[in-house]
Each structure stands twice: as structure tokens, then as C-alpha cells.
Ligand binder design. Sequence first.
Ligand SMILES: Nc1nc2c(c(=O)[nH]1)N[C@H]1C(S)=C(S)[C@@H](COP(=O)(O)O)O[C@H]1N2
Ligand SMILES: [Mo]
Length: 193
Amino acid sequence: MVKIDMTETRSRTPSNQRITSKFPVLHYGGVPRFDPKTWDFQVEGLVQHPVRLSYEEFLKLPKTVSISDFHCVTGWSRLDNKWEGVLFKTVCDLINPLKEARYVTIACEGEYTTSLLLADLLDPDVILAYKLDDKSLPAEHGGPLRLVVPKKYAYKSAKWVRKLRFTEEQELGFWETRGYSNTADPWKEERYE
Ligand SMILES: Nc1nc2c(c(=O)[nH]1)N[C@H]1C(S)=C(S)[C@@H](COP(=O)(O)O)O[C@H]1N2
Ligand SMILES: [Mo]
């Protein structure tokens, strides 16, 4: 029998969130199709070594498994998601940000973007994931590649990531320019600006 520790579950649930064991799918626009032959991952802006990696090259980067919780601003949370991919920190070591770089814009397939403080992205639970719960990341959950930022509401966890841009000033993201909080901390219930 699996024993569920309710006290632990409660302490991991930010206020006004409810736990779901399903994984809802939520995004603006359609699910982009993925062609491993043309797909690339680019890093540009204030970095010493800009890169452009093919899908095959990205899969060769040092990988990590990271288990974390996921909190959507609309009120659901899913605990213990097992992500596998490349830590943001690992990508950072590869491209070496210039000292002026303070923010990173994450640009996705289509028009979706979000941005974060570089310092927040260096947290060891921030991962560019290509697997979820031991299976390749389903397209509707952001496959082939999504960002996961467990300590922020999930609109910061961009799906279908193609590009990182290191900047000195912050470029506000898709939801952040539409009234959602830019700091997006679920533990402080920073939902709206
Ligand atoms: N590219 C892209 N990423 C996105 C979104 C989006 O609309 N486009 N929606 C965000 C929001 S609001 C949430 S709650 C999560 C949902 O992820 P899921 O569909 O895997 O549950 O994706 C985030 N990442
Ligand atoms: Mo969301």
C-alpha cells in the first residue's frame, strides 16, 4: 500500500493551489510540430560563446534528473515530476555569460517568451528538460525541449524552447506584459502585477 503523507503534501502546496495527479495541458496557441533535422537550440546576446546546437548535439550535453513540483497560476499543482535534461547551469558554463548579463529571455516556437533573472536560473533545480517521468517529453507538454523553473508559477516554465537571449535589461514575457506577475513566486502568491 502506498502511504500518502498529508502533512508533507500540505507543506509543499502553496496557498490557494490544489493538487492534481493528472498533468493538465495549458498553453496559448497550437502545439508546434517537431522536425529533429531542422530544430536547433541557440544562445545569443551577452555571452562569451554564442552557440547553435542541433537536436543531436543537445542530447549529448551532460544530463541530470531533477524531481520537482509544478504550480500553475490558475490554481493547480502537480508534485514530484521527474524531469530529465540539461541543467540551465550546465548550458551557462558552456556559453559563459558576460558580467553585464543580468536577465535571460527564453524564446519559444511561435510567439511565446518569458524572462528571468539569470541568478534565479542558476538554481540547481532549473532544467531544460527533454524527458518527463522516464518518457520522452510529450509535444503537448513542451517536447522536444522545455524549461522547468519549479520555484516560479509555471508560465515561467516555457515549452518548446528554441533560444536563450542574455540581456542587461529585462525583456518582459508574453504573460508578464498581460498583467501576470514578473516575479511569479507561488510561495508569496505573486499572481498578478
Ligand atoms: N511556449 C509556451 N510555453 C508555456 C505556455 C505557453 O502558452 N506557451 N504556457 C505556460 C503555462 S501558463 C503553464 S501553466 C505551463 C503548462 O505546462 P503543461 O501544459 O505542461 O502543464 O506551460 C507554460 N509554458
Ligand atoms: Mo499557467
